[in-house]
Design a protein around this ligand. Structure first.
Ligand code: ACO
Length: 321
């Protein structure tokens, strides 16, 4: 016994930034960003807070599932870092929803949603839950180096949520990691005081070796998709939708070409949202659900990679009407 997805929800901040807006403070162009990444605009938190968008996504997912916060046995929040270091974002969401269950955050970079699904599956298998709320909420804008054109144009903020209930829709779920700092790091250190030096204080923002992460992403996505379909006893042709981490359109195109699959099977939100880290796949899933693109029985393959380095994949049968 594992789970089935009974509800989805999402929330994007109101403030939208176009590619051209970056030309005011870094040497870039709409043409470069669009050609190299496919991204056209992204949302940044300005008038909301991270917990507010996480709560709104969660409320919509509960409503879509026809369940109340009181029905939840666990709230799992995937985020690079919550609104505060403590309390966790999951605890802030739990309080605001009025739920009465354990709540904790996990950080697996952009693979956070897959790690949360894997953890939730273990709770269901152990008989520890009937309903679990997963909310993935990210505010990457807090960690961007606005002087670094190679990274600040890539990311966006947002929140996506799912409600899982006991069921048999999970065909396989896999996660992996190869810990390293050198190619992708968000130190987030804010050490200040009489006993520390400035150099330690200044190391807080995101830095990335884009080319190395690109190579890692293309190989990982390919390997994970092949392993996941094999684990589930399927082939790529059996998959109705591939919901891949929305970091860069070229990474998604590369997977699609290698798998010889049509473009319609690879929906995307990177054009409108940029890379929203752990929130990217649940945001996309909610969009497909609300636009009635998913049919009962559809096979969905989810696959992500990210900071850590981490990765994960999952195959789910869609059971909602
Ligand atoms: N505007 C204009 N020029 C730029 C910009 C920009 N915004 N950014 C970089 N360039 C320049 C570079 O300086 C370089 O110039 P040079 O040749 O004179 O040195 C040139 O463009 C090419 O740079 P590359 O890094 O080779 O460009 P590439 O085609 O690899 O695209 C990118 C860069 C988009 C970052 C790509 O490597 C990528 O998508 N990598 C993967 C990122 C990713 O998926 N991250 C996900 C994990 S994030 C997480 O988990 C939090």
């Amino acid at each position: 016994m594992s789970f089935t997805i009974t509800g989805t929800g999402s929330c994007l901040p109101a403030f939208t930034v176009q590619n051209d807006d970056f030309t005011k403070f870094v040497d870039t162009s709409d043409e470069w960003i669009t050609t190299r990444t496919g991204i056209r605009r992204r949302h940044f938190i300005k008038d909301e807070t991270l917990s507010q968008i996480a709560v709104e996504a969660s409320q919509k997912a509960l409503e879509n599932a026809g369940l109340a916060a009181a029905d939840m046995d666990l709230i799992l929040c995937a985020t690079l870092q919550g609104e505060d270091v403590s309390p966790s974002l999951a605890c802030l969401v739990q309080a605001e929803l009025g739920a009465n269950c354990p709540a904790f955050d996990l950080n697996a970079g952009c693979s956070g949603f897959l790690y949360a699904l894997h953890s939730a599956a273990a709770y269901f298998r152990a008989g520890m839950a009937n309903h679990i709320l997963i909310v993935c909420a990210e505010q990457l804008s807090r960690f961007l180096d606005w002087k670094d054109r190679s990274t600040c144009v890539l990311f966006g903020d947002g929140a996506g949520a799912v409600v899982l209930s006991r069921g048999d829709s999970l065909l396989t779920v896999r996660t992996g990691a190869r810990g390293q700092r050198e190619n992708l790091q968000v130190p987030g250190r804010n050490v200040s005081g009489p006993f520390w030096h400035d150099t330690e204080k200044s190391r807080s923002l995101l830095s990335m070796n884009g080319r190395e992460i690109f190579k890692f992403a293309v190989t990982t996505v390919q390997n994970e998709i092949e392993s996941a379909v094999k684990d589930a006893g399927l082939t790529a042709d059996d998959v109705d939708y591939f919901l891949l981490h929305q970091a860069n359109g070229r990474i998604i195109d590369s997977a699609r070409t290698r798998l010889h699959q049509p473009e319609e099977k690879f929906p995307g939100n990177y054009e409108e949202c940029g890379n929203t880290s752990a929130a990217s796949i649940p945001l996309l899933l909610d969009e497909l659900n609300r636009n009635h693109r998913l049919k009962k029985g559809d096979i969905l393959l989810l696959c992500a990679f990210g900071a850590g380095l981490t990765w994960g994949s999952c195959i789910i049968r869609w059971e909602k009407n």
